[in-house]
Ligand binder design. Structure first.
Ligand code: CMP
Length: 143
């Protein structure tokens, strides 16, 4: 079954949005298979955002994501990578539609509440950066 990496960013944690965000993905039918509240080190932040290293906002991005705890999550379900991206909305909250997480709660392109993997390759890489295999618990629903 497909898995993705989602993370409530420091602004979302500080605004008490963890519960609301988890509820949206649970209600949609996805399964939470791993989660932890953690503060990202600069080294992990640079690895996680390596593809943005040359962007002018890279320093700001690393500074923000390490500024306070994040809630890192592994979610499982059919087509979860693409559907979670739809549920998050566009990166820039001013372009994100109402009803999406960033459309409803995002403030700026930097403080946009949530990160989600954008492809199977990213999901695999990001899950590996944030979780050990023994921290993920897939399970079958009991009738
Ligand atoms: P995320 O999905 O975490 O992946 C990369 C992040 O870079 C993105 O969300 C935005 O929060 C951030 N980002 C994109 N453009 C800018 C920008 N112009 N200034 C600051 N952060 C940005």
């Amino acid at each position: 079954m497909e898995q993705t990496f989602l993370m409530v960013k420091p602004d979302g944690v500080q605004r008490n949005l963890i519960g609301e965000i988890v509820k949206r993905f649970e209600s949609k039918g996805f399964q939470l298979v791993g989660a932890k509240l953690m503060t990202i080190t600069p080294d992990l932040a640079e690895q996680h955002y390596a593809e943005h290293k040359e962007r002018p906002f890279f320093g700001e991005l690393v500074e923000f994501i390490t500024s306070g705890p994040v809630f890192a999550m592994a979610w499982e379900g059919e087509n979860v990578i693409a559907i979670a991206r739809e549920m998050m909305g566009k990166t820039n909250p001013s372009e994100a539609l109402p009803g999406t997480i960033r459309g409803d709660y995002g403030m700026t392109v930097g403080k946009n509440v949530i990160h989600g993997s954008d492809s199977p390759e990213s999901a695999n890489r990001e899950l590996g950066l944030f979780f050990n295999n023994d921290e993920l618990s897939s399970y079958t629903k009991q009738d």
